[in-house]
Design a binder for this molecule. Structure first.
Ligand code: ADP
Length: 234
């Protein structure tokens, strides 16, 4: 299990002469094993926060610590390895490779990390079956429903057995029933595998599955509360 912490994090983007402040002094510590939802309207800085936690982007000020290590102190290679082995990423638009089957999509991260194809596909298959996709292993993404595609994407995020799961609007492209199933799957999987989760969403219902709810507005943290769904609405 690993923790993730933002210490007085500032992130700005320069667009021509204009400076956009995407994150404005955000301090947030997500302890190991916590399921933290971050909610805010479009443009409030949610994706930026996740990109910083994943080490895909770096802060303009402050520190981002994963498992107590300042990401800025790692080399590019170390950050890549951390992302590959300890962090699982789930996106709104699934980001599956269209020419590959479900099984091949899920096996790919392991193969990129040097695991042989047979072993990678064995582990991918076990996980897909576990996530209820036994009948879909050889299907390509276009042969799957949105909910099934997201389950494949979740399997891909989990196949390297990461400790930290980062999810960016995982239900944003799903109908309400498929969204509900994906939320339950994420929650059950995180509980079973004791993941630390940072889930960002603009949707109050999706945010309500967390143990904790943090709200962002214009790059600032405006509230932080605990208790399943207690204050996600409104
Ligand atoms: P959210 O995920 O809550 O919709 P984002 O983190 O995507 O918000 O964006 C926060 C702000 O930062 C927005 O004003 C957005 O336009 C800006 N922003 C995000 N990424 C970039 C970028 N790569 N270049 C310029 N501006 C960006």
């Amino acid at each position: 299990m690993i923790s993730v912490a933002f210490e007085n994090v500032i992130k700005h983007f320069d667009r021509g002469t204009e400076r956009v402040l995407a994150l404005d002094r955000v301090t947030l510590e997500v302890p190991a094993g916590q399921f933290c939802a971050v909610m805010g309207p479009s443009g409030s800085g949610k994706s930026t926060l996740l990109h910083l936690a994943a080490g895909i982007d770096s802060p303009s000020g402050g520190r981002v610590l994963v498992d107590g290590t300042d990401l800025a102190e790692l080399s590019d290679d170390q950050r890549t390895l951390l992302r590959r082995r300890r962090i699982g990423l789930v996106f709104q638009f699934f980001n599956l490779l269209v020419t590959l089957s479900a099984l091949e999509n899920v096996a790919l991260p392991l193969q990129l990390d040097g695991v042989g194809r047979r072993e990678a596909e064995r582990r991918a298959g076990t996980l897909l079956v576990d996530l209820g996709l036994r009948e879909r292993l050889q299907h390509r993404p276009h042969q799957l429903s949105g909910g099934q595609m997201q389950r494949v994407a979740i399997a891909r995020a989990l196949v390297s057995e990461p400790s930290l799961l980062l999810a960016d609007e995982p239900t944003g492209n799903l109908d309400s029933q498929a969204g509900e199933e994906v939320l339950h799957l994420l929650r059950a999987t995180a509980d079973r595998r004791r993941h630390t989760v940072l889930l960002v969403t603009h949707d109050a219902h999706a945010a309500s599955i967390g143990d904790r709810l943090v709200r962002l507005h214009d790059g600032r943290m405006v509230s932080d509360s605990y208790g399943a769904g207690a204050s996600a609405a409104g």
